[in-house]
Design a binder for this molecule. Sequence first.
Ligand code: ATP
Ligand code: MG
Length: 331
Amino acid sequence: KKTILSGSTVTGDLTLGNYIGAINNWTKLQDDYDCLYFLANLHALTVFQDPKVLEDRTFSFFAQYLALGLDPKKNIIFVQSHVHEHTELSWILACLTPMGYLNRMTQFKDKSEKHPKNINSGLYTYPVLMAADILLYQADLVPVGEDQRQHLELTRDIVGFWQNRYGEGVFKMPEAYVGKMGARVMSLQEPDKKMSKSDENDKNFISIIDDFKKIEKKIKGAATDSGTEIKYDPENKAGLSNLMTIYSVLSGKTTDQLEKEYEGKMYGHLKVDLADLVVSTLRPVREKYDDLMKNKDYLDQLMKEGADRAAVRAQKTLENVYKNVGILYRR
Ligand code: ATP
Ligand code: MG
């Protein structure tokens, strides 16, 4: 079985975009691949986080993963900081990564423009930690969104630097996973940019644990064009097409089918039906989530099991790395 590794930063709450674009697909991979999914709480720190919020959110994210259908028996689900090898390998890799390569990372440029008061060196070396996340587990495939593609490329470069200096056999060269990828979900108010859980405007996204009334409001208030015809046309009808994409993924109907079904009807009709569909999709998720959050001990236990399973692999890689570099491993 090939190994797949993916994760999300512990910021905000998971959105319908994360579900449709990522987690919904992860649940379909769990039988055919050896899968590891982690909560990137160390990555989250590159932007200031309230300590209490970050702590609570780590539990909440873990529960959201499970509520969305990720099976902790079939997958290794764990918290990044629980496996200390991530930061240790990150240092070794940092010593291999030329600054010039990091200077080219567009996400650093974007994020440092967005947070000009907190341009810390963690934000700058973020891609090195991400390389460590991937390389520790000998991942073959990494499902990445467009925004992470450049970082995966850098990971591959780092493997190259390593091989030049220390030879082959320690790391696997990872590849981007391009399978049946989920659709890209766009922002509800600004449909030319992607839906993002860290968006400041909460009308732009639907969080999977949003209140149902709020979800209905957000969908009914989604920006659409001034036309009337229900037609899938992302270029000219970005807002409407985004709603149709969500509708299509959640209902299993094609956008062609939706066009026929809604012929002669108004945008409002589609919005009302979509709101119902989203709410009925998220209702069982919400119920499962609420149950899980009532039982922190159980979550703790699952986190521990996930970390233990991940650590066995991480340790093996790190020990091998240290040996190759000439760093004494703890006896
Ligand atoms: P942030 O704004 O904090 O970066 P995010 O919503 O972009 O949050 P990530 O943690 O960066 O979430 O990504 C988690 C996973 O969800 C990744 O696999 C990413 O490609 C996917 N993803 C994120 N946003 C979308 C979207 N709008 N549509 C489809 N997939 C998405
Ligand atoms: Mg992102």
